[in-house]
Design a protein around this ligand. Structure first.
Ligand SMILES: C[S@@+](CC[C@H](N)C(=O)[O-])C[C@H]1O[C@@H](n2cnc3c(N)ncnc32)[C@H](O)[C@@H]1O
Length: 603
C-alpha cells in the first residue's frame, strides 16, 4: 500500500526509500518524502520542509509558466495540463493545483485522487486564497515546499483539518529562515535606498548651498569693488570739481585784477593830461600862447579824460558781472551733478542691499533644510542600525532553535510526523537540554508536569539508546492528553512513555493553597531521577508550578535533576527562589535558553 513517509531524509536527497504504511486509514501519498529535519547537502542544512516527486507531476495552474519554473529539480517530470487530468497509467504520480481554479476542476481532481489512491495531490497554498473547502473529501496530510512552491499535501483518509493546515502553514512560513532573511534583506535594502535617496537630496542641497554661497561671495566682492570704484570716482570728481572751482576763482581774481588796473591807468592818463594842461596854461601865461586856446585845450582834455574814466569803469563792472554769472552757473551745475550722483548711488545701494538680503534669506533657508535633512538621515541611519541589530539578534535566536532541532533529528531517528516544537510546546533548545540530561544522568524514571512534544522526545531517546527508563507525563487536560497519547502510539512508544490523566484539584502544601495535578496520579511514582516542570499552564494561577517540588520531593531518587521551564516569566523566577529553600544540598544552574530554564541537581 502506498504511503507518505514523514521523517528523516537521507543525505544527498530523497532516494526511493519504501514508504511505511501506518494503518489503512493513513494510506497516503506514494513516493513523496517530507523531511521535517531539513535537507542536508554537502554538510549544509537549508532548513526547508521539502517534498520531492518521483514520476510525472501534472500542473494545473492559472499561471503554469511561473509555477513550473519554481518546481525546478523537485520533480522528475513536470507536465502542464490544459484542464484535462490524464489517467495515471503508471506514469502520472500526482497533480499540483495552483491559482484560482474552477470548482469543477478541483472536484474532478479530488475524485481522481479518491479513485486512484497512489496519486498525490498538492495544492499551492500560496495561490489558493486560503479556501480549502473545495477539498472537503480529502484530508490534509502535511505542508511543505515543492521547489519554491509552498504546498499542502492532501490525500484520502488523512485526518487533519483545514484549520490545522492554516496553523501549520503559518508556522512553516514563519519558521522558514530563507523567507525571513529574504524579507529582512528586502527591508534593509528598502531602508538603505531611502537613506541613499536622502543622502542624494542632501548632496543636491549641499551643492545648491555651495553655489548660493559662491554667488553670495561673488556679489559681496562685486559690491566691494563697486564701492571702491565709486569712492575712487567720487574722489576724482571731487578733485576735478575742486580744480574747476580753483580755475574759476583764479580767473575771477585775474579779471578783478585786470579790472582793478584799467581805472588806475585811466585816472593816471587823466591826471597826466590835467598836468599837461596846467603846464601848457602856465607856459601860455608865461610865454604868450593865447589864453583861449589853452582854456579850450584844457576843457577838451578834461572832458576826454572824464569820458575815458567813465568807459573804463563801466567796462570793468560788466566784465565782473559776467564772471560772477559764470561762476554761479558753474556752481549750480556742480550741485546738480552732485545731487544726481548721490541719487544714483543711493538707488544702487538700495538695490544691492535688497539683493543681499534675498541671498541671505535663501542661504539661511538652505542651511535650515540641510540641517533638517542631515538630522533625518542620522535618525534613519540610527533606526536602521537598531533594526538590523534587533533582527540579527532575532535571527541568531531562530538559528539557535534550528540548530537544536537539527541536533535532535540527527541524534534520534524519527519515523512519522512530529508535532512542532516551540510556542505552547517545549522549544527545541529545552528539549535538547533535557534529552542531554537524560543521557548524561541516566534516571530510571522521568516525570513530566505537562505532556506534549517533550514526552515524545524522551520516549524516542529512551528507545533509541535502549535506556532502562520510563517517562510519565502528568496531564490535566483530557484533550491534550489524548493528543500526546496518539503521537506516542504513532511512534510506537507506548511501552516507554505514558501520559497519565491528572485533573487539577485543590492542594495545600508548603504554605501553598491552589490547584495542581491530582495527587492520586503520583501514587506509583518513586525514584524519580528527572522532573521536568512545564505545567500546569500559568493561567491556572499564581505560582501554579510551585507544588511540583513539595509534592514530589519524597519521591526523588538520590541522584535527581529538577528542570523548570519558562524562567523568562517572573512567576517562574519566584517559584525557583521558593524552591531553593525546599531543596537544600541541590546545586542550581540557570540556562539562557529561548524561554530560559533552571536546573536543580543533587548527586
Ligand atoms: C507548556 S505546555 C508543555 C507541555 C510539554 N512539556 C511539551 O513540551 O509540549 C503545558 C500544558 O499546556 C497545555 N497545552 C498544550 N498545548 C496547548 C495549546 N495549544 N493551547 C493551550 N494549552 C496547551 C497542556 O495541557 C500541557 O500539559
Amino acid at each position: 500500500m502506498a504511503s507518505v513517509v514523514l521523517g528523516h531524509s537521507s543525505p544527498g536527497g530523497f532516494r526511493g526509500r519504501a514508504g511505511q504504511a501506518r494503518g489503512g486509514a493513513r494510506a497516503m501519498l506514494s513516493e513523496a518524502r517530507m523531511s521535517l529535519a531539513g535537507r542536508r547537502r554537502g554538510g549544509h542544512v537549508d532548513g526547508r520542509y521539502d517534498i520531492h516527486v518521483r514520476g510525472q507531476l501534472v500542473v494545473v495552474s492559472t499561471q503554469p509558466g511561473a509555477t513550473v519554473g519554481e518546481l525546478r529539480d523537485s520533480c522528475d517530470d513536470v507536465v502542464v495540463s490544459d484542464g484535462e487530468l490524464p489517467r495515471s497509467a503508471g506514469v502520472v504520480s500526482g497533480f499540483l493545483l495552483s491559482g484560482s481554479l474552477p470548482a469543477d476542476l478541483v472536484r474532478l481532481a479530488v475524485a481522481r485522487v479518491a479513485e486512484e489512491p497512489q496519486l498525490q495531490l498538492f495544492v499551492d497554498l500560496g495561490r489558493l486564497d486560503g479556501d480549502l473547502s473545495s477539498y472537503a473529501p480529502l484530508g490534509v496530510d502535511g505542508v511543505g515546499w515543492l521547489g519554491d512552491v509552498p504546498v499542502v499535501a492532501m490525500s484520502v483518509g488523512s485526518t487533519r483539518t483545514a484549520g490545522e493546515v492554516d496553523d501549520l502553514w503559518a508556522r512553516l512560513l514563519m519558521n522558514d529562515p530563507r523567507r525571513a532573511v529574504g524579507r529582512e534583506r528586502e527591508d534593509v535594502t528598502r531602508l538603505r535606498s531611502v537613506v541613499a535617496d536622502l543622502r542624494n537630496s542632501l548632496e543636491v542641497k549641499n551643492e545648491r548651498l555651495a553655489a548660493q554661497r559662491e554667488r553670495a561671495q561673488r556679489v559681496r566682492a562685486r559690491l566691494k569693488n563697486e564701492k571702491a570704484a565709486r569712492a575712487k570716482a567720487e574722489r576724482r570728481r571731487e578733485a576735478v570739481e575742486r580744480s574747476r572751482v580753483a580755475r574759476v576763482s583764479r580767473a575771477s581774481s585775474a579779471m578783478v585784477r585786470r579790472l582793478g588796473g584799467r581805472p588806475v591807468v585811466a585816472v593816471a592818463g587823466a591826471a597826466a593830461f590835467v598836468v599837461v594842461a596846467v603846464a601848457v596854461g602856465w607856459l601860455a601865461a608865461a610865454g604868450g600862447i593865447g589864453a583861449g586856446i589853452v582854456a579850450a585845450c584844457a576843457f577838451v582834455g578834461a572832458v576826454a579824460s572824464l569820458a575815458l574814466v567813465l568807459w573804463a569803469v563801466r567796462r570793468a563792472a560788466s566784465v565782473a558781472q559776467g564772471q560772477r554769472h559764470a561762476v554761479r552757473k558753474a556752481l549750480e551745475m556742480l550741485a546738480e551733478r552732485h545731487a544726481e550722483l548721490t541719487e544714483d548711488l543711493e538707488s544702487e545701494r538700495t538695490r544691492h542691499a535688497e539683493e543681499w538680503q534675498e541671498l541671505q534669506v535663501s542661504v539661511r533657508r538652505l542651511e535650515v533644510g540641510q540641517s533638517r535633512t542631515a538630522t533625518a538621515v542620522r535618525a534613519l541611519e540610527t533606526g536602521l542600525n537598531r533594526d538590523v541589530s534587533r533582527r540579527t539578534v532575532e535571527n541568531s535566536a531562530q538559528l539557535a532553535q534550528i540548530q537544536s532541532a537539527i541536533h535532535l533529528f540527527s541524534l534520534l531517528p524519527v519515523e512519522g510526523r512530529v508535532p512542532a516544537m516551540g510556542g505552547w510546546a517545549a522549544s527545541p533548545d529545552l528539549v535538547e537540554v533535557v534529552v542531554d540530561e537524560l543521557l548524561s544522568r541516566r534516571p530510571s524514571l522521568i516525570v513530566e508536569c505537562g505532556s506534549g512534544v517533550s514526552t515524545l522526545w524522551f520516549g524516542l531517546a529512551i528507545r533509541h539508546f535502549g535506556l532502562d527508563c520510563k517517562v510519565v507525563a502528568l496531564e490535566h487536560h483530557e484533550g491534550f492528553g489524548e493528543q500526546t497519547r496518539a503521537v506516542l502510539a504513532r511512534h510506537g512508544l507506548g511501552d516507554v512513555a505514558e501520559v497519565r490523566d491528572a485533573p487539577l484539584t485543590e492542594v495545600d502544601v508548603a504554605g501553598y493553597r491552589g490547584r495542581w495535578y491530582d495527587p492520586a496520579a503520583l501514587e506509583t511514582l518513586s525514584d524519580v531521577g528527572l522532573l521536568l516542570v512545564d505545567g500546569p499552564p500559568a493561567a491556572t494561577g499564581v505560582h501554579a508550578r510551585f507544588p511540583a517540588v513539595p509534592m514530589m520531593r519524597d519521591r526523588f531518587a538520590d541522584r535527581v535533576s529538577v528542570v523548570l521551564d519558562d524562567m523568562i516569566r517572573n512567576d517562574e523566577q519566584e517559584v525557583a527562589r521558593m524552591w531553593e529553600e525546599l531543596l537544600p544540598g541541590f546545586s542550581r544552574e540557570d540556562l539562557r535558553l529561548q524561554k530560559r530554564a533552571t536546573i536543580f541537581r543533587r548527586g
